[in-house]
Design a protein around this ligand. Sequence first.
Ligand code: ADP
Ligand code: MG
Length: 349
Amino acid sequence: MTLTAAPILRLETAVVNRIAAGEVVQRPCNALKELLENCLDAGSTSIQIILKQGGLILLQISDNGSGIRHDDLPILCERFTTSKLKQFEDLSSIATYGFRGEALASISHVAKLTVLTKTASDVVGKKAVFLDGHLQGSPLSMAANQGTQITVEDLFYNLPTRKRALKSGAEEFNRSADMVAKYAIHNSGRAGFSLKKDKDTTPYVRTTKDATLQTNIGQIFGHAMAKELIEVATADSARLKFKMSGWITNVNYNCKKFNFLLFINHRLVDHAGLKRSLQMVYNAYLPKGTHPFIYMSLEIAPENVDVNVHPTKHEVHFLHQDEIVESIQQAVDAKLLGSNTSRTFLTQG
Ligand code: ADP
Ligand code: MG
């Protein structure tokens, strides 16, 4: 049998972009996370989200942030266009979520993307439609509030296999709701959020900007749990260059699922090692097979955290991992021990 070598051809740019976009945006909640982080990067204090069929048919997010300069609209959805990063060195000190200039481009390659935006110095807003990274026609002038509204329609219309695989709007809605809830909690005091299904009149998630963290946790996860919360923190460690603060349930509370909300330098991340270590601490206090609720925010010196992570990777790495995890374990254990004694004391007295 003779084997013939097939010629190597260069893929068309549109094909390359669509493949890359499909990796960045795997399901509606990935798109929503990118859009939500853009709102926060723009300094928004109010963020409203509407989803139709879990975001598969429509995903709309409105904010009251800086808005986008109308002159920038033509390149807004091109790959690697950003207002946040200028040179590679800036990466180590970057304070925004975004810096790659990839999100809007990616979304526009797998959906129809419409932007309505107005900055403080604009008299009117502009509405622009994008497909495959390109602005369609000229932006239209339109009345708008300051800020940006992004509408994503018919996600994965050009990736039929993906679209078929994601047929449950309810499942996609739950994933997005979970993510929005976590950001809403973490941004207590900075921004208020609302998340609605398109036809519903009452929002599924609603927090106000000035409510406390504890109030917002109660609002979302229920007041029965929120009243068992205790605050934890570690002092700023000069050597390990980190500090931790959070709210954790005391030993009176347990549930079937470990709800672990972890933010490192304000990014929602996963850390299997830390999660396991915290469960171990609770194992000494909770009935077998039950779990706590933990909201934790770590601030680690940016130079010690690898931020150059891919949008779809949530597991994060940082320096002095073992020592940091251990000192968090100790802080949590000390709190639980404290909450345990006070209970014994109360029941005895
Ligand atoms: P990145 O966030 O990495 O810069 P994106 O593709 O997410 O890339 O966004 C591209 C640019 O569009 C941003 O740098 C920002 O200037 C602008 N932008 C996107 N969303 C918003 C928003 N909600 N408010 C203001 N500007 C925005
Ligand atoms: Mg972004």
